[in-house]
Ligand binder design. Sequence first.
Ligand SMILES: [Zn+2]
Length: 172
Amino acid sequence: MPIVPDTKNWTWVLDERCPECGYDSAAVGLGDVPGLVRANAAAWPAELRRADVRERPDDATWSPLEYAAHVRDVFRVFDGRLVLMLEQDAPAFANWDQDATAVADDYAGQDPAAVSDDLLAAAEVVARRFEEVPADQVHRTGLRSDGAAFTVETLARYFVHDPVHHLHDVRR
Ligand SMILES: [Zn+2]
């Protein structure tokens, strides 16, 4: 079976504990997110040095390299979304097709060492961006193309699940 595009709406993670990775957004505040991002990023270089870094566990599951390239891009995409929310009133986010991006950018063919460096750098940028949001800006809003509405705070708590969940994916 080929990679099946992930079309699920993951916004439920704001209401429920994730049964797979254990992430519990109810226990996470905006102020926790930069530390969670940095801790998550720090774990990826070891995964990217694995001998099986390019191997898919099965045909329908990304390799550790592909997951890491995705997480690097998640850090970048959500940094962009946060910037938009801070600069514009209730901006609409451009749709990001993560599965099309994985193919178009050849995640499977990327250099694990470069992905490792870029993931760490992207994590630090987005961690700092969330860290530096002024207290009076945390309720600014943004809209995803499917209509899901976020505040800076819910975006942070939603976003950080993705790298946490994918680290769990590559370790199981
Ligand atoms: Zn999860």
